[in-house]
Write a new protein. Structure first.
Length: 297
């Protein structure tokens, strides 16, 4: 808690105490009270006790350490792409994806009352990236901060009349700031996809609801490795909605992939596709099968 700006610390302590008293209702999220992840947690779990965590690692640890039953974690944004480090942190966490949630993202520009000309704006790199056209047009210097609402609290703590924050509008009320502009984003359909993480898999019956399956795999270092690995999804009619590559280690000789597909691993056509994937790769690891929050396509 000592990492949070002073204006957020009392709220964080109060929310952490409530979550500790009823861990079954606790949902960990990264950021200060008022962050987008906080809003997403309340939308997905209306009766939950949100547990603020300063970093993504802290939020994942809260679930692993039985201080929360779930974590609400942003994984990608429609404008700014994947959330940094999550493709590494999710597999390493040992947690399972049990759900997904889409949140329409709009920001407010806020500053201290009686502010002067705003020359610098503080926020999470994702938020700054989602409003980069606005910042460039106004000639404002962006400053990275670990989360949006925490940036608002930091502005309140700073006393700097030329420093603003990009954060959800509720943050202004929480930290005593004045809203200068609302409904900010470079795109009207700015949306962030969150995943819900738990310690144990929550079984979804085959055919009961439309589902997504998320997995990671590493291709063999041979010509056309990815083409061969993915061929089974085409021949078996499995829709792959996401495929992203990333390097682990400094050798640059082995590429890992993060993928989403529509369908349940126990459906015959999906099972055949995954078996073919396993044959042509070094390894495959399922991260979760969960109900779709939004139909693809």
């Amino acid at each position: 808690m000592q990492n949070y700006p002073a204006p957020a610390q009392a709220m964080v302590a109060e929310m952490a105490a409530a979550a500790a008293a009823d861990t079954a209702r606790a949902v960990a999220f990264q950021g200060a009270p008022g962050a987008n992840s906080h809003i997403a947690a309340l939308e997905y779990f209306p009766d939950c006790l949100p547990l603020p965590c300063f970093s993504f690692e802290d939020a994942l640890d809260a679930v692993r350490d039985f201080r929360a039953d779930y974590a609400m974690i942003p994984i990608e944004n429609s404008q700014h792409g994947r959330v940094a480090d999550m493709h590494f942190l999710l597999p390493e966490s040992g947690l399972v994806i049990t759900g997904e949630h889409f949140l329409h993202i709009r920001y407010a520009l806020m500053a201290l009352p009686n502010h002067g000309k705003i020359t610098r704006i503080m926020s999470h790199p994702q938020a700054l990236g989602q409003c980069r056209h606005l910042l460039r047009s106004e000639g404002i210097t962006p400053i990275n901060y670990p989360d949006t609402a925490g940036a608002a609290a930091a502005v309140a703590e700073s006393g700097d009349l030329h420093l603003g924050a990009l954060a959800p509008a509720i943050s202004a009320q929480l930290y005593g700031l004045e809203i200068l502009q609302e409904n900010l984003a470079d795109s009207d359909d700015n949306t962030t996809r969150f995943v819900v993480l738990a310690r144990n898999e929550e079984m979804v019956e085959v055919g009961s609801v439309p589902v997504m399956t998320t997995f990671i795999f590493e291709v063999k270092n041979i010509p056309a490795a990815l083409y061969k690995a993915l061929g089974g999804f085409a021949t078996n009619g499995v829709n792959m909605t996401k495929l992203e590559s990333y390097q682990r280690g400094a050798s640059f000789s082995a590429t890992e992939f993060f993928a989403d597909i529509e369908g349940h691993p126990e459906e015959p056509h999906v099972k055949r596709a995954l078996e073919e994937l396993a044959f042509h790769t070094k390894w495959v690891r399922l991260l979760g099968t969960y109900p779709q929050a939004r139909s693809r396509g």
